[in-house]
Write a protein that binds this ligand. Sequence first.
Ligand SMILES: [Fe+2]
Ligand SMILES: [Fe+2]
Length: 210
Amino acid sequence: MRDEEVEAIRIRLRAAIPRSRYEHSRRVEEESRRLAVKFGADPDVCALAGLLHDCARDLPADELAAIWSRLDPGQTAEPVVLNSALLHGPVGAVIACEAYGVCDPRVLRAIQRHTLGAPDMAVEDKVVCLADYVESGRRFPGVESIRSLARCDLDSALICALDGTIKHLVDAGALIDVNVILTRNALLRKYNRMPKAGDIPANQHRETAE
Ligand SMILES: [Fe+2]
Ligand SMILES: [Fe+2]
């Protein structure tokens, strides 16, 4: 996509979403480009996906559900049903295609996967997902250590980010979508970092076994 086309998308996006969301999206665009260069992904693909990743984030729940119903294979997971905000990844890919004219499947897939991940994430998917976690406006506890890791190890940084998300959901007593768990498991397996039974502290091991 030419620079003028991307600039036209920025102008339209700025008019379509709240200012704070647009500013976050521009930071994710910049961080995605930076991480893509670092980790050998396509910088233009990642930057465009970063720019548009939240284009559906502020749609009303009924609109998200209406677009989702066109995509839904009929097996929607319970956490997604209960938290319609989780739909803004897959619905955002539809909006990016239909409203912003983005055709590149790598861009659309990275937008689609930025909320829940996927066990077979491509490097572009990982870059955009991580950029969303660590863009310079993020202030949550632990973000600095994920940011430092993101400078040298994409998968480890993503595992830490997913760990934080899962811990937060557990603390909040919220449902966890199975894709988040499958994504983390796939990343851990890739690095052969599955703990052996003896590595798990005794009390946790016992609780797991009971
Ligand atoms: Fe998002
Ligand atoms: Fe975001």
